[in-house]
Design a protein around this ligand. Sequence first.
Ligand code: ZN
Length: 104
Amino acid sequence: MELSALQQRIKTLYGSKDSQRGVEGTFLWFTEEVGELAAALREEGHGKLPRKELEREFADVLAWLATLANLVGIDLGQAVMEKYGTNCPGCRKSPCNCALTEKP
Ligand SMILES: [Zn+2]
């Protein structure tokens, strides 16, 4: 599924609720899902979580990110392509040559 299709699907499924909840409320749900992904990664790393469960947590984080993008009118595919479509935005190389301690 392409990012634009994901955003459209999320809009169809949740657009009305998302508008009522607003950006701040939606951002709180997004960060909660990020926390759930962190917990799932930790559990999966210790062999305590089925792979399907980990996949679902990744899907949730991406879905909530798509919701946020919809609320503020950002085209995720375009944004990602502009920033990461060619080389690293930090060092302008591919693969990235930034130091491990730098955030690209
Ligand atoms: Zn880099």
